[in-house]
Design a protein around this ligand. Structure first.
Ligand SMILES: [Zn+2]
Ligand SMILES: [Zn+2]
Length: 158
């Protein structure tokens, strides 16, 4: 979790829907097991949560916070399944249809997760901070997928 954590839950303020789901995504991220980057994802349709995910090891294998990171040559830890992929997989395991849904992620999707999101039929991506891959912007436009960053989903009625 990064800046403005103190604003996470203020019971005196009724959250707008986007902040509500993004705050839930931030709580989901707190379950992540790779502290190089903790990410949470929440898949939503019609104001209902369909699935959640955070980045962690393959089911049944030890986590980064137990056995250390698994670094590739590019300097990235590759031990984990990413939050967005885990949210899609959780829906698949439970037979939940996510075609046409929205996804809230605490960090913008990496290229691989973006491809999964696109092929899962998810139509809108809301992210809290930009993370790494610029290709998602041009490709989302090509595909008609809406990408909403923190500067434009807050206080909007989309
Ligand atoms: Zn790691
Ligand atoms: Zn990813």
């Amino acid at each position: 979790m990064s800046e403005n954590d103190d604003e996470l839950i203020d019971p005196m303020i009724r959250r707008d829907w986007h902040s509500y789901f993004m705050d839930i995504a931030r709580v989901v991220a707190s379950r992540a097991t790779c502290d190089r980057k903790k990410v949470g994802a929440v898949i939503v349709r019609e104001k209902t949560i369909l699935s959640t995910g955070y980045n962690g090891s393959i089911r049944g294998l030890p986590h980064c916070d137990e056995v250390g990171h698994d670094m590739d040559e590019g300097g990235h830890c590759v031990r984990t399944v990413h939050a967005e992929a885990n949210a899609i997989v959780q829906a698949a395991r439970h037979g939940i249809m996510i075609d046409g849904a929205d996804i809230y992620v605490t960090a913008s999707p990496c290229w691989n997760c973006f491809k999964l999101i696109a092929n899962a039929g998810i139509k809108r991506i809301f992210y809290r901070e930009f993370y790494r891959d610029e290709r998602i912007f041009t490709t989302a436009k090509q595909l008609g997928i809406e990408l909403w960053g923190p500067d434009n989903w807050k206080d909007s009625n989309v």
